[in-house]
Design a protein around this ligand. Structure first.
Ligand code: FMN
Ligand code: ATP
Length: 318
């Protein structure tokens, strides 16, 4: 997959010169609803012998339009993760447009002329509720009047599960409530947090459960406090483990939460390594134990439960 970073006004020589199917959306999470839209774009591109390009933004438009919900400042997928998933889905070109106020205040007609027609899009694909601009000044129905017959428009229907629309907002809510299984179901892959390994208080090894303390990516959503069965990617390999997100109340409440991962059968020194943690299953809430022995007993039990849970999952490519 080719990644093309664009800043308004763009330089025409940076744009792919052939005809494309262009898929529109921010796609935070690249969940099953988003995947349906992208798959449609890929299918149409194959049928018409064109490349499938996706237009996304380096940051959420809400930062420019000032309409973000402060609870939703964290992404499900920071840009590098989005790139990875898009590439896996089979997208040919990912355009990452810097969402600045100049770009965000283009009229719908200018947006269409410069960013759809100017990019040689012959077919535009988006979801049923795609909107453009501040106060959603253009949508999938009004797009026809700006297209002026220069490209076809394909609207993808709402993808639902048995309850409701599959949406990033729902997935964020599940993650913040530790309903990780439900979040993973809507994502179509196991939710992941990236970061790198930092030093903790070096207490874990005395408990018989050494932990890698993770400093998470600053813009990525961390699940609710609690204990989880996880898979962690480090040094090109996935390992099974269990993680705690919390304040270590047994040892006096820390001022900030920590993310600590204990990998089973692992003893390498990995400080400073980049890691990805996949949140497979929620096991329990964090507990203030009356003694260290009680904590250790519980960790023994957690390990059994985490292994049971991990034995059931298969990691797909994303
Ligand atoms: C799977 C797992 C579950 C944990 N559960 C709890 C808990 O319920 N209560 C608690 O106070 N600490 C819990 N801890 C955190 C330990 O107290 C922590 O790993 C230990 O203090 C080591 O911290 P350090 O890495 O900063 O040395 C848990 C750790 C792991 C890996
Ligand atoms: N459940 C869904 N079914 C079909 N299309 C969807 C679904 N969810 C989002 N889309 C479409 O995918 C594209 C990406 O959406 P974008 O991230 O910009 O907005 P969104 O609708 O707010 O997504 P979400 O609701 O998940 O936050 C848009 O074209 C949107 O209409």
């Amino acid at each position: 997959m080719e990644i093309i970073k664009v800043h308004h006004p763009y330089d025409a020589k940076d744009i792919y010169q052939g005809d494309i199917v262009l898929v529109l959306g921010f796609f935070d999470g690249v969940h099953r609803g988003h995947q349906a839209v992208i798959d449609k774009g890929i299918q149409l591109a194959e049928e018409n012998n064109m490349k499938c390009a996706v237009m996304t933004f380096n940051r959420h438009p809400a930062f420019v339009y000032r309409n973000f919900d402060p609870d939703n400042l964290n992404y499900l997928t920071p840009l590098d993760r989005k790139e990875e998933i898009m590439s896996h889905l089979g997208v040919d070109i990912l355009y990452e447009v810097a969402f600045t106020s100049k770009f965000g205040s283009l009229s719908p007609q200018t947006f269409v002329d410069e960013y759809i027609v100017g990019w040689n899009a012959k077919i535009v694909v988006a979801g049923f509720d795609y909107t453009y601009g501040k106060a959603h000044i253009a949508n999938m129905d009004t797009l026809h009047s700006y297209a002026k017959g220069r490209f076809d428009i394909v609207k993808v229907n709402k993808k639902m599960d048995e309850k409701d629309k599959i949406s990033s907002t729902r997935i964020r809510r599940y993650i913040s409530e530790a309903k990780i299984g439900q979040a993973n179901e809507l994502l179509g892959y196991i939710y992941e947090t990236s970061g790198f390994v930092i030093h903790g208080d070096a207490r874990g090894r005395d408990l018989g459960y050494p932990t890698a303390n993770i400093y998470p990516h600053p813009y990525v959503m961390v699940p609710k406090r609690g204990v989880y069965a996880v898979k962690m990617h480090v040094n090109n390999e996935w390992h099974d483990g269990m993680a705690s997100i919390g304040y270590n109340p047994t040892f006096g409440h820390r001022p900030n939460y920590s993310i600590e991962v204990h990998l089973f059968d692992f003893s390498e020194d990995i400080y400073g390594e980049d890691v990805q943690v996949k949140w497979v299953d929620y096991l329990r809430d964090e507990i203030k134990f009356n003694s260290v022995d009680e904590l250790i007993e519980r960790l023994d039990q957690d390990q059994i439960e985490a292994k049971e849970s991990l034995a059931k999952v298969k990691i797909n490519q994303i």
